[in-house]
Structure formats: structure tokens, C-alpha cells
Design a protein. Structure first.
Length: 347
């Protein structure tokens, strides 16, 4: 059974506070849009798919409690809510895509009665949880099938970065979903995960998920990736994505770019796993992706205690962009594509 990062029923939303893992497992209530914004901004919830879902469901919480005099009033409330929520973290495209999908859904409703529109909107938002899990399972299975079709070995060893599992999505995961599918098929020898500094999502979250699900796994420091690839017969690197540009350039957790470079040097496939909703066809290349910069204290301090010398400067980008030419394939819920083939998904 996968971990449950998001709990929702009509009128109630809770998120697993990932800042407290693995020491404590605490679900916190999200009572509305501002709670959702803060949970995303502070990284109590993280992972592009999960961020989008929490944003949508925080709107659902408020919509459920309000009465609207017209469909137009409901639409304006939703649009204003998304305008606020997209400012929490701007590199991931999923919240923007969700806003567009919700807006299109509301505009497609023939009903003008505000009560009927409200009910249909709440159902639409709740269905996002189920759809995300289905999309992730499709990614996992497609990725595992690609592995076994392109690898001569019966079992494989893979390296992953950051956290892309049930804690980053509604369930199952993207890159970690591929690892999960390989394990379920008896095709995984070992999963390696980086600690993923400075927030340690790999050490705190991915390791937690792998141990929880009894998947054979080993944690390494970020600086150990090159020697790992040289010495331990790694068959592929599998990562997630916060935004994929139209040309295949991919923004993901800081440290992804250097893994792609090292993988290229060692002749190891570098695989990106992401739902189609993470592909931004309005963004021509990675140079157009705005990279979030996080507070310096996330690097300078650990659990509130300073570990770096006083007076030292700090640069803390949360993401980097991997050029498409370093990416072997992008595994989506609609199949496996080379970066140059993404235009097929627009059809």
C-alpha cells in the first residue's frame, strides 16, 4: 500500500507535512486557499503533480462553503484563486495547466445555474486525485516496459534523484513509479537514491518510501553519483520533471543536470518521467523557464542550526534545466518519446 500524502473528501483536505518526515508522520488540515498557498510555499507539500492537486483542492474547500449568485461569479472566484496559488512556486507548470483545465471545464458547462455548476466543479476537482494515480501507473508501466525492451539484463539497477513517488503525487509516483513497476515485475535488482541536498528529499522522503514498500535500495550522497556509475553497473538514471519545454529541455530538482552530464559520460540512459501535464508547449526551450531561488538558510542551516561559516554568501536555486540532448527518452502517461518527438503529444 502506497503512502497517502493527500487526503480529501468533500469539505475536508489534509496533507502529510513532508518537512517532518521521516521523524514524524503528521497530516495537517488545509482550510482554504491561503493554507494551500503556505503549504506549497513552505514545501510541506512538494512535487509538481501534488502541488497542482493541493492547489485545486484548496479551492474546492472554499467553493464548498460559499454560495454563488451566478456561474460568472464562480468562474471569477476560481480564476482569482489560481492567480494567487500560482505565485507560491513558479517553476512547475502543473498548477498553470490545472488552472487552464478548470477554466475550460467551467466554460464548457452548458448550465448557467450557479448551484449546478458548483456541484460539477467539485466533482471535477475531486476526480483529479483518481486521474493522477491512473496517469502515474501508466507512466510506471510504460517505463518498466521500455527498460526491459532496451536492456539485455533480466534485472536492473537504477539511480533516482529527489522524490517522485507517492509523496510527490496523488499516489504511485512518476520516476519512482517506474522503479515500483520494475520491482513489482521482479525486474529490479537495486534502486539507488541521492540524498538530494539541500532539502534532503531523497534521504528523507524517497528513502522513506523505498523502505516502507520494501524495495531493495541504497542511499548515496549527491557527490557520489559519478563513482557509483563507474563502479556499480548502473543501468539508467530515472528522474521526474517540474516543467518540460517544447524542445524537451527539462527543469527538475537542482542536481539533475549534473547527473545527466555524468550519465552521458558513462554511456548510461537518462530517463525523464512526467505526465503530459508537465509539458509546456508554450515554452520553446529551457532558457525560458523561470527557476525559483529558495532562501539561503536552507543551505546555511540544518533543522534551524547554522552549519556554515558566518559571513559566507549563498546561492540556492531550487531547480536546474537539463538540455534535451542529454535525455534519452521522456516517459509519459501517453507513452515513451524521445525529446524530439514531443510534438506528437499535441495532436
Amino acid at each position: 500500500m502506497s503512502l497517502e500524502a493527500i487526503r480529501y473528501s468533500r469539505g475536508s483536505l489534509e496533507i502529510l507535512n513532508q518537512l517532518l518526515l521521516p521523524g514524524e508522520s503528521v497530516h495537517e488540515p488545509i482550510r482554504g486557499i491561503e493554507d494551500g498557498w503556505n503549504a506549497i510555499k513552505l514545501m510541506k507539500v512538494r512535487g509538481a503533480p501534488a502541488i497542482a492537486i493541493v492547489a485545486c483542492l484548496s479551492i474546492a474547500i472554499e467553493v464548498n462553503e460559499l454560495n454563488f449568485s451566478s456561474k460568472d461569479e464562480l468562474v471569477k472566484f476560481v480564476e482569482k484563486s489560481f492567480e494567487r496559488l500560482v505565485t507560491a512556486r513558479q517553476t512547475a507548470v502543473n498548477v498553470y495547466k490545472a488552472a487552464e483545465d478548470v477554466r475550460n471545464f467551467l466554460c464548457s458547462l452548458e448550465e448557467q445555474d450557479a448551484i449546478e455548476c458548483k456541484e460539477k466543479l467539485l466533482s471535477f476537482l475531486a476526480d483529479m486525485l483518481t486521474k493522477d494515480v491512473a496517469d502515474n501507473k501508466a507512466i510506471g508501466d510504460a517505463g518498466a516496459e521500455w527498460f526491459m525492451s532496451n536492456c539485455a539484463k533480466k534485472t536492473v539497477q537504477v539511480l533516482t534523484h529527489c522524490n517522485t513517488g507517492s509523496l510527490a503525487t496523488a499516489g504511485y509516483g512518476t520516476a519512482l513509479g517506474i522503479i515500483r513497476s520494475l520491482h513489482n515485475a521482479g525486474s529490479l535488482q537495486q534502486a539507488y537514491c541521492t540524498e538530494t541536498r539541500p532539502y534532503n528529499q531523497g534521504a528523507r522522503l524517497t528513502a522513506y518510501e523505498l523502505v516502507y514498500e520494501k524495495i531493495p535500495s541504497v542511499l548515496i550522497g549527491d557527490s557520489m553519483a559519478a563513482i557509483l556509475m563507474k563502479e556499480r553497473s548502473i543501468d539508467a538514471v530515472v528522474v521526474g520533471a517540474d516543467r518540460v519545454a517544447a524542445n524537451g529541455d527539462t527543469a527538475n530538482k537542482i542536481g539533475t543536470y549534473q547527473l545527466a552530464i555524468v550519465a552521458k559520460f558513462h554511456g548510461i540512459p537518462f530517463i525523464v518521467a512526467a505526465p503530459v501535464t508537465s509539458i509546456d508547449f508554450t515554452c520553446p526551450s529551457g532558457s525560458h523557464i523561470k527557476v525559483e531561488e529558495r532562501p539561503a538558510n536552507e543551505v546555511l542551516c540544518f533543522r534551524g542550526e547554522r552549519v556554515a561559516a558566518e559571513g559566507i554568501g549563498c546561492w540556492n536555486p531550487a531547480f536546474d534545466v537539463t538540455p534535451a540532448e542529454l535525455i534519452s527518452v521522456i516517459v509519459t502517461n501517453r507513452g515513451v518519446f524521445k525529446p524530439t518527438e514531443l510534438a506528437k503529444l499535441k495532436l
